[in-house]
Design a binder for this molecule. Structure first.
Ligand code: 0O2
Length: 218
C-alpha cells in the first residue's frame, strides 16, 4: 500500500514539475520574442539609415535573456514573491538588448526613432550619458513595452534597452569583469583608475563626434 502511495506521489510531483517547467519555458519564450521584435526594428532602422546617409549608426547589437539564477537573486534582493506573475510585474530587464552605436548622438537618434514607433511604449528612461554614475558608468537605459503576436494572443512585453558607444561598452565590459573579482588587493585604486579611464572614454567620444561633425560640416 505504502509503495503505491510513494509511486503515486512521484508521478504527481513529476507532472507538477513538468507543468512548472513548461510554464517557465513559455514565460521565457515570450521575452525571447520581445527581443526578436526589438532587434528587427533596430536592424530596419540601421538599414534605412545606411541607405539614406551612407553609414550605420549601430555598430552591433547584443541580446540576452536574464538567467534563472539572476532572476531569483534580484527577486529575493528586492523582497518580491517568487511567482511568474510577480516576476513579470516587477522585473523589467528579463529581455535585454544592448545597442552599440558609433557616436554619442547616434544613441539619441536611434532611441528617439525607436520609442516614436506607434507600437512601442516608453515606460522609463535613465540617462547615464548626460548624468554618468559616480563610478563613471555611461549608457542610455530605456524600459519599453513592445507587442508580440502569438497564435492566440497579442501580449505587451517589457524589455530593457541599453544604448552606448563603443568606448562606453569597452569601459562597462571591463568594469563588469572587475566587479566580479572578489580577491582584489586594492579595490579603491582600481576604482580610481577605472574612473580615470571613464573620463578618457568620455573625451574620446567627444573628439570622435567633433571630427564627424566637422566632416559632415554640422
Ligand atoms: P546584467 O547582467 O548586466 O543585466 P538594478 O541595479 O538592476 O537592481 P535598475 O534600476 O534596473 O536596478 O538598474 P539600472 O541602473 O537601470 O542598470 C541596470 C543594468 O545596467 C545592470 O544590469 C548593468 O547591465 C548596467 N549597469 C548599471 N550600472 C553599471 C555599472 O556601474 N557598471 C556596469 N558595468 N554596468 C552597469 P545588472 O542587473 O547588473 O546585470
Amino acid at each position: 500500500m505504502g509503495e503505491i502511495n510513494i509511486k503515486d506521489s512521484i508521478i504527481n510531483n513529476g507532472s507538477e514539475v513538468f507543468k512548472e517547467t513548461k510554464n517557465y519555458l513559455k514565460f521565457m519564450m515570450k521575452y525571447r520574442c520581445a527581443i526578436m521584435e526589438v532587434e528587427t526594428k533596430l536592424n530596419v532602422l540601421n538599414s534605412e539609415f545606411s541607405l539614406n546617409f551612407n553609414r550605420n549608426p549601430i555598430e552591433y547589437i547584443k541580446t540576452r535573456l536574464k538567467t534563472p539564477e539572476s532572476i531569483v537573486e534580484k527577486m529575493k534582493r528586492r523582497g518580491f514573491e517568487l511567482t511568474l506573475e510577480s516576476i513579470e510585474e516587477n522585473l523589467f530587464d528579463i529581455a535585454g538588448i544592448r545597442v552599440i552605436c558609433s557616436f554619442e548622438d547616434d544613441i539619441y537618434n536611434v532611441a528617439n526613432l525607436l520609442v516614436n514607433q506607434d507600437d512601442i511604449t516608453l515606460i522609463r528612461m535613465k540617462d547615464y550619458v548626460k548624468n554618468p554614475k559616480e563610478n563613471g558608468y555611461r549608457s542610455l537605459h530605456l524600459i519599453i513595452e513592445v507587442p508580440i503576436f502569438l497564435s492566440n494572443e497579442k501580449k505587451y512585453m517589457k524589455a530593457e534597452i541599453q544604448l552606448r558607444t563603443i568606448a562606453m561598452d569597452f569601459w562597462a565590459s571591463l568594469d563588469h569583469k572587475l566587479r566580479y573579482k572578489q580577491d582584489l588587493e586594492n579595490p579603491d585604486t582600481i576604482a580610481g583608475r577605472l574612473k580615470e579611464c571613464a573620463i578618457l572614454c568620455m573625451d574620446l567620444d567627444k573628439r570622435m563626434q567633433d571630427i564627424r561633425n566637422q566632416i559632415e560640416k554640422k
